[in-house]
Design a protein around this ligand. Structure first.
Ligand SMILES: NC(=O)c1ccc[n+]([C@@H]2O[C@H](COP(=O)([O-])OP(=O)(O)OC[C@H]3O[C@@H](n4cnc5c(N)ncnc54)[C@H](OP(=O)(O)O)[C@@H]3O)[C@@H](O)[C@H]2O)c1
Length: 354
């Protein structure tokens, strides 16, 4: 089995490769040791968007690594929201994890944060901060689209521009980017969000060609639905949309069909942030990190279909049928998957209980 296997009902998680404890990774102020020779050296990991969700889970997962392979610089735009991270980090706080302010919308904030890191050395950048946008295109303002692209696309650009020159100089480094399955496949009423994630994918595909020449890896992580604040924020925003000016068919499609469909998909298929963090950690610790990986095995056929038919007809038709024409079958499958997910989590909880 591939070492970076997506998780999902019926799939097994693989464990991190064994190695000894790392004595170089005990406190944050020390400069990182060179990792040119071996994987044992302690790596500085900068993560954006750690106030909640996947970023928070990943920061905690890496900072509490039993082998102490990481010093985590967990960043967020509003330090007032650091309470949950501090609590969950526990004793790692101030040792293998520090919290800093970073707003990916602001170049100066990105620069200040990186410059405050000893020797400005970032071995692993995790570009995770992101926002969503959902709803009929007719109701989205150009300003809202600009804000979305500023965070999801230009945010990545600002981060990469800040850390890549040093990675190239050292001929080592890893840029890990939280993309989405919606960076591979469009979804109705997610036009702008998909555009932002497709842009991220194109940016990374281009950059990877150059980066590899310098020994720098780029990895796209493509989660399906994940149970985080992301979903709550989307529905809250959707509830504020004034649908009255829409034609009745589009209004019904959004309100009567898409919103309930989306809730059902999240309820049945969503992974936990911890599962995505675990997958991302495996990518980070891989000897040969994959360029692209999906965290949820249920979405792998989407990527396969896309590459199987370059005309685009097959994936579009299959996805459209899945959404619109097989409603009953689709709902039955979701219920079954929900049950399988629930049983899998229950079994995992039981194995954790001493
Ligand atoms: N949840 C999903 O279903 C899903 C699926 C696929 C991909 N993703 C991607 O996963 C990533 C993390 O999302 P999540 O699910 O963990 O959602 P989340 O809980 O809403 O977390 C998003 C994080 O990004 C931060 N953020 C937003 N704008 C920022 C900015 N300008 N500068 C710095 N931080 C900013 C948020 O900070 P504030 O607390 O200050 O807002 C928050 O910490 C995103 O890139 C998202 O597109 C999510």
């Amino acid at each position: 089995m591939d070492p970076i296997t997506p998780s999902g009902p019926g799939t097994q998680l693989l464990h991190l490769s064994p190695a000894g404890l790392n004595p170089n990774c005990t406190s944050l102020p020390e400069a990182a040791v060179s990792d040119r020779e071996g994987r044992m050296s302690c790596r500085n990991v900068l993560i954006t968007g750690c106030s909640s969700g996947i970023g928070l889970a990943l920061a905690v997962h890496l900072a509490r690594d039993e082998l102490r392979r990481f010093r985590v610089v967990a960043t967020m735009r509003d330090l007032g929201r650091r309470g949950e991270l501090e609590t969950r980090a526990g004793t790692a706080l101030g040792h293998t994890l520090e919290i800093r302010q970073l707003d990916v919308d602001c170049e100066e904030s990105v620069r200040r944060c990186v410059e405050a890191i000893p020797q400005q050395r970032v071995d692993v950048l995790v570009s995770n901060a992101g926002r969503g946008l959902v709803g009929p295109l007719e109701l989205q303002s150009v300003e809202a689209a600009r804000r979305l692209l500023d965070t999801n696309v230009l945010g990545l650009l600002r981060l990469v521009r800040q850390v890549l020159p040093d990675m190239k100089r050292r001929r080592s480094g890893h840029v890990v980017v939280m993309s989405s399955v919606l960076g591979l496949q469009g979804l109705l009423f997610n036009d702008l969000y998909c555009a932002s994630k497709f842009a991220v994918e194109g940016f990374c595909e281009s950059l990877a060609l150059q980066a590899l020449k310098f020994g720098v890896h780029i990895s796209l992580i493509e989660p399906g639905p994940v149970a985080t604040e992301f979903e709550r924020k989307l529905y809250e925003e959707a509830a504020t949309l004034d649908l009255s000016g829409l034609d009745p068919e589009t209004r019904e499609l959004f309100q009567g069909f898409y919103l309930p469909y989306s809730r059902e998909v999240f309820a049945a298929l969503a992974q936990s942030p911890a599962e995505v963090a675990e997958h991302t950690a495996r990518v980070i610790t891989s000897e040969s990190p994959p360029f692209r990986s999906q965290t949820n095995s249920l979405y792998a056929p989407l990527a396969t279909l896309k590459h199987a038919d370059t005309s685009g007809h097959l994936p579009l038709a299959a996805f459209q049928r899945l959404i619109f024409q097989h409603d009953r079958l689709f709902k039955a499958s979701l219920s079954l998957l929900k049950l399988l997910q629930w049983r899998k989590r229950r079994d995992m909880d039981h194995t954790k209980t001493p």
